[in-house]
Design a protein around this ligand. Structure first.
Ligand code: MN3
Length: 251
């Protein structure tokens, strides 16, 4: 190779290498876009989508530590409740969605059609959703409701104490496992309860409405600390109700 050819060879080699380095990430991005339905190619796709369009239930991150609701709810109960019970509902509803090829596009649509699905889908879908709400309607150190929440409660039930009494009664009278609820029905507040993991969004539920507040009265929610004394659990639970979250859900 004479000196001039050699120089041109080195320049071309450099151009090829540089071109490859620049082109590679661009090609990778184009591949991502063409092979994925994810509209945000730089974001990871969801962990367990059974199909490209199916609904995915996931646990919300616990908004506080396992010990944060002590002494009303003890640390061990919180830890088992969140990491075992709730995690299992989420895992099992995802299995049901995949096995039954459920194509509901939203949680609301899923519950509005839940009578068409298996008991596994209904029970675990409810368990997944209800607990996500339950964690959010609690916080360490409750303060009394104010503003529109206080107004609505006073208008519907006469006073906060009267409301608490009626809500606790719904929780106490739920035989076996279930939930107590405060819901909005056509702009009015109502109290009721559901069995098992049913919720007021379900087509099968007697109680219907937009859930504003919920209380888990399954024994797994209180038995370690309160044993058979569900009434003490409910009484102490008022100390950790997050009324700001109730207000947000009322909006
Ligand atoms: Mn529970």
């Amino acid at each position: 190779m004479d000196p001039i050819d050699r120089k041109q060879f080195l320049v071309r080699s450099f151009q090829v290498i540089a071109g490859t380095l620049i082109a590679a990430p661009v090609l990778a991005r184009e591949r991502d876009q063409s092979s994925s339905t994810n509209p945000f190619p730089t974001m990871p796709t969801t962990a367990h989508p059974p199909t490209a369009t199916a609904l995915t239930f996931a646990q919300v991150p616990l908004p506080y530590g396992h010990e944060a609701l002590e002494p009303s709810i003890d640390k061990m109960t919180m830890e088992i409740h969140y990491t075992k019970h709730h995690a299992a509902y989420v895992k099992n509803v995802q299995e049901a969605i995949a096995a039954e090829s459920i194509t509901a596009a939203s949680e609301n649509e899923f519950f509005a059609n839940v009578s068409k699905y298996s008991a596994k889908a209904r029970n675990n879908g409810g368990g997944a959703w209800n607990h996500n709400m339950f964690w959010q309607v609690m916080k360490p150190g409750s303060t009394a409701p104010t503003g529109k929440v206080a107004d609505a409660i006073n208008a519907a039930f006469g006073s906060l104490d009267a409301f608490k009494e009626k809500f606790a009664d719904a929780g106490m009278k739920r035989f076996g496992s279930g939930w107590a609820w405060l819901v909005a029905q056509d702009g009015k507040l109502a109290i009721g309860s559901t069995p098992n993991q049913d919720n007021p969004l379900m087509d099968v539920s007697e109680l219907k409405g937009t859930p504003l507040l919920c209380l888990d009265v399954w024994e797994h929610a209180y038995y370690l600390k309160y044993q058979n004394k569900r009434n003490e659990y409910v009484a102490n639970w008022w100390n950790v109700v997050n009324w700001d979250e109730v207000a947000r859900r009322m909006a």
